[in-house]
Design a protein around this ligand. Sequence first.
Ligand code: NDP
Length: 322
Amino acid sequence: MNTSQEIEHVQCLIIGSGPAGYTAAIYAARADLKPVLYTGMEAGGQLTQTTDVDNFPGYPNGIMGPEMMEDFRKQAERFGSDIRFGYVSSVDFSATPHKVVVDEIKTITADTVIISTGATAKWLGLPSEQHYNGFGVSACAVCDGFFFKNQDVAIVGAGDTAAEEATYLAKLCKKVYMLVRRDEFRASKAMVHRVLNTPNIEVIYNSEAKEVLGNGKNVTGLKILNNKTGEEKDLEVEGFFVAIGHKPNTDIFKGWLEMDDTGYLKTIPGTTKTNIEGVFAAGDVQDHYYRQAVTAAGSGCMAALDAERYLAAKEHEVKAVS
Ligand code: NDP
């Protein structure tokens, strides 16, 4: 921890500015917890990297991801949330109030902390993949599959997420090419069985995506390599889905909070409570399964209610003792 003298105390500190963080801020502000929210380096979170969002209730005509996150922020500010740009560089949850260091210089003590730092999709790292990200390349089939109705698409990955997304896409798309880099899946047997029994999914084993092909504006195909034979070929597809896993943004909480094997924060089922009293987790940082804006927002609401009830119970205890 740093030794800076600049220490500020808050009732409710929210870390992260995706749908979970901003929703927590809306609820916490309306409960008069005077929340302070630090946005992190990518204010607005994963949705600022997407184009159209068509599945968030309340936007009948859809909305652009960055615009929706602006709406979230404005709504949180309307009730007095203090939204600040900055990233949390370390935490100390050894005692209450909890200590959090921002930008390595400023220490905040907080009665409650809501963690909504999200998860980051892993990408292959191809320049063409980033060039067409949002224009045919996506890391979320549930979000973007609809745009490829009756078209041909490809998906890379062989875990449960890829298997689930491939079967989801198969219901919408004409054909789904599934690129598996080894000669076997990582996904569970049941999921593999489902993939192999879906007629419009073609699994291509030992294959790697070499380049996303396009016309400058949209994806038109994919260059793939057979890593056994060295043979290259082009697939004609309009969409390319990358499903090779996510990394939860939890490095700074290692040693403090309980996590699963892949680094997702563990919460008490049915709540947002972590193993540390007064520290709550909401959104993708504690959910590798649903990973939707609307589910993240829902758990942000839960975290604010959990924080409020925790503070109310503490206050009650203090009154009972005095
Ligand atoms: P995983 O880490 O399980 O799988 C990632 C997949 O991507 C692997 O098959 C891996 O290949 C492949 N991959 C990684 N990097 C590359 C690359 N550069 N090029 C090509 N392929 C690559 O991630 P998931 O998101 O699938 O799952 C995360 C966790 O969530 C797992 O524990 C999973 O079981 C769980 N989950 C469960 C679900 C369910 O129960 N229905 C649904 C979704 C997720 P390789 O196998 O060769 O390493």
